[in-house]
Design a binder for this molecule. Sequence first.
Ligand code: IPM
Ligand code: MN
Length: 372
Amino acid sequence: MKLNIAVLSGDGIGPEVTAQAIQSLKAIAEVYDHEFTFSEALVGAIAIDETGNPLPEETLDLCEASDAILFGAIGDPKYDNDPSAKVRPEQGLLRLRKSLGLYTNIRPVKAYETLLDKSPLKKEIIEGTDFTIYRELTGGIYFGKKSLSENGNEASDLCSYSVEEIERIAHLAFKAARNRNKKLTLVDKANVLETSRLWRKTVTEIGKSYEDVALDFLFVDNAAMQIILNPSQFDVILTENMFGDIISDEGSVIGGSIGLLASASVGDESALFEPIHGSYPQAKGKDIANPVASILSAAMLLEHFEMLDEAQLIREAVERSLALQIVTPDLDPDSTYGTAKVGEFIADFILNYDGELFINQDNISVGQSTII
Ligand code: IPM
Ligand code: MN
């Protein structure tokens, strides 16, 4: 398969982790005889520094002309504590989501067997957790009308949703549930918010066409509690933009590190793949950032184009790196492996995979020819 991939590696650790995702994709292309081309463009704080715009026109043009987008991270501390900044890196990502119509954000949360003791939550609680959050991404309070009174003493952000906006993501979430464990939980605040009541009504209606999927509802405050009390009860969670933002960060502690969580943002025309962690500026250039979330985002990219074996091979390589403790310091503070070595192991595993694996433990430390 031929794919043109736009690479928007962005700020902080974005470029380092994205480089490792590209390595894995190149390895896959070689093994399966695909043709992937990678074209880079600016986004975020680095784009503001160079062009004054967090999403330059040519970046958007490249994304529109590409089959998929591999995204790194955006954000820079110099903007975080400056509420008066008129131009902010995050605007680049929000505009990109809106302009490309990426209305569904998919965030899988999984407790890896080999990492059960890395989570701050008890092993017994997280064991068996495997759910996916479907977060609406181009509506709600993020994109509603904003206002600030002239004297600066009053502000408002409008949360609004239309039936169409709810329907299109709900269908994708029901289809996903149908292919998984056939359970869909709508997370809302229908006891208080009018928009949530519209979500409930619309999703209940759509649920009638997916009779094989069990639909239930949770208020977001209760959901926030259930995710850490009993996360294995969930299969697919469907929710609006802001609730999804919050509960997906919460879900990230289950796996032991936010550095493991991948995501896909899809629309009818475009698809973007991005680790859910931020730009982690403190780690920039130190070769300590976990590349796994970015590499797993590359696996989601392959899956999106129905390259299922290819995606599975990346996942297997990642699981093997975790099992062998070839991990960055967020997962093992004593680890001597950095971003590049972990990425190299994973790409190496892909290139050498022949269906049967024999790992030569002695060679692991040299970071190559680990599979014989
Ligand atoms: C995310 C991020 C973004 C969001 C920020 C960077 C605008 O937190 O992708 O979850 O809030 O959607
Ligand atoms: Mn977030």
